[in-house]
Write a protein that binds this ligand. Sequence first.
Ligand code: MG
Length: 159
Amino acid sequence: MKMRVGMGFDVHQLEEGRDFWLGGIKLPSSKGAVGHSDADVLIHAICDAILGAANLGDIGFHFSNTDPRWKGMQSRFFLQEVIKMIKEKDWQIENLDCTLTLEKPKINPHLPEMKKVLSSLMEISEEQISIKATTNERLGYVGREEGVNAYAVVLLRKD
Ligand code: MG
């Protein structure tokens, strides 16, 4: 059995009056993330972790943020495409561990729905997905509610 680890990081600005897509669901929030696609920072970090583990480049290489094809695109599409890419190379996801840093809204109440959506997109069980969230203790751009960070680590397996 072969195993490979990958890590992903992404950051997006937050702006008043935008939809806040995170982990494939729309969060109740007065602010939302700014980006070329739906700006789902968690899905972008997950895509980069998976691509990194398989050594297949990064999300910007496959889905450039200057390409009009991806404007306003739902990030769930990127994740599904990334899953297809690793399946072609016979990789399977063993587990995924993510951390979000943002001041609000509280993420805990939304984790069950987020995990349900991500497990279906990634074709793995919810038990293989861990998502944690922490505030930034009011420090820096996250603390000022100007941005949100996502970190993801994934382990791939090939039997
Ligand atoms: Mg991004």
